[in-house]
Ligand binder design. Sequence first.
Ligand SMILES: C[S@@+](CC[C@H](N)C(=O)[O-])C[C@H]1O[C@@H](n2cnc3c(N)ncnc32)[C@H](O)[C@@H]1O
Length: 395
Amino acid sequence: MTDETITSQVSERYARAATTGEQMCCPTGYNFEDLKSFIPEEVLKISYGCGTPAGLETVRPGETVLDIGSGGGIDCFEASRRVGPTGRVVGLDMTDAMLDIARRNAPLVAKNLGHKASNVEFRKGMAETMPVEDNSIDLIISNCVINLAPDKQKVFREMWRVIKPGGRFTISDIVSDQPVPNYLIHDTEKWGNCLSGALQAGDYLDGLREAGFVGIHQAKFIPWQVIDSIHFLSLTLTGYKLPETGEPNGVRFATLRGPFSRAVDELGQVYLRGVPQAVNARTAQLLSTPPFDGLCLLSEAPVSLAQSDPRLVAITPDQAPCVWEGHFALFTGPFLEVCDDDQHRYLRGMPLEICSKTLKVLATEAYRPHFAVINRAAVPVTGAEVSCNPTGSCC
Ligand SMILES: C[S@@+](CC[C@H](N)C(=O)[O-])C[C@H]1O[C@@H](n2cnc3c(N)ncnc32)[C@H](O)[C@@H]1O
């Protein structure tokens, strides 16, 4: 299939869905009772997302928000409520039938929210060539759209172009745990269902980084479907376009608090837990973004953390035999790679097989937000106990 064929079939698919209101796609997690209080049913019934990017707390009053692949407008209207009358929302979609519904409902939503006029504008256009000015957007949201675009890297580059320096994105999308084979890629039905076009999670995260974004990390993870042992997941990711020149913020050193014993950030800086690391102004900017809150101590002078320091976080596994149950852990940032206290090295977006002991470690509050865990065992396994290695450490 050519890119043009994919795009026209996807557009036809969503034009049909807009007309029939058929049920499609993925888990979202919306509070529909709340949304019903200001968004008409016509919009809610064609919600085809796979997450709740606009519902996330990061949207602030007065901001300019762009929704890529806005569909019937559900997330634009939620963003409209959050940015308030001083903010602005642009919804972008390639399908006329979707745009018609969204535009028709914009004045009704404005009235329900008590706004004098709608602060939402719906534009026709492609995610790969957005009709949006450079450096004009505070926050990009997108809900289950980029997987449908044949050239994701073009979309990521466009996102970088239109976001203001200092701006960010929060996008929900379907990714897979392993590359999707050709026989699924060329299945148009599955492409339209947000499956065949999914990138392997690591490729998706790398693509965003190649476009220039940093601080990329998981905001939410929902398991979706398993087809021919390929796991498809909904990931909501946030990332940042750092300002070009950082205001000196007084930060000269960073000390990794844990839970990781070692970490490498997206700018290549390596950190060892408890050991102060001199950082340059760019790294200081990166570490000052929200996903690093609690992970690093930032200071003007070096700060070492002793093992007994309550600010240091280390989680060691139980001293027990391993049981392999089919679990794989996918590290989702904000570092590029990290190590735990049991010789595992996790590369962002790459599944690593883990045993029952490590599963327990990754379920702790300190680790949980940084991982998506899947189970690849198609049928229950016997789970014989094994001793991992001669030193007694795990796996
Ligand atoms: C799965 S629906 C999601 C709609 C909406 N975000 C929601 O949560 O309900 C995908 C939407 O993206 C649009 N779309 C798909 N690929 C696109 C592209 N390359 N450029 C612009 N819009 C696209 C489709 O027309 C459709 O409205």
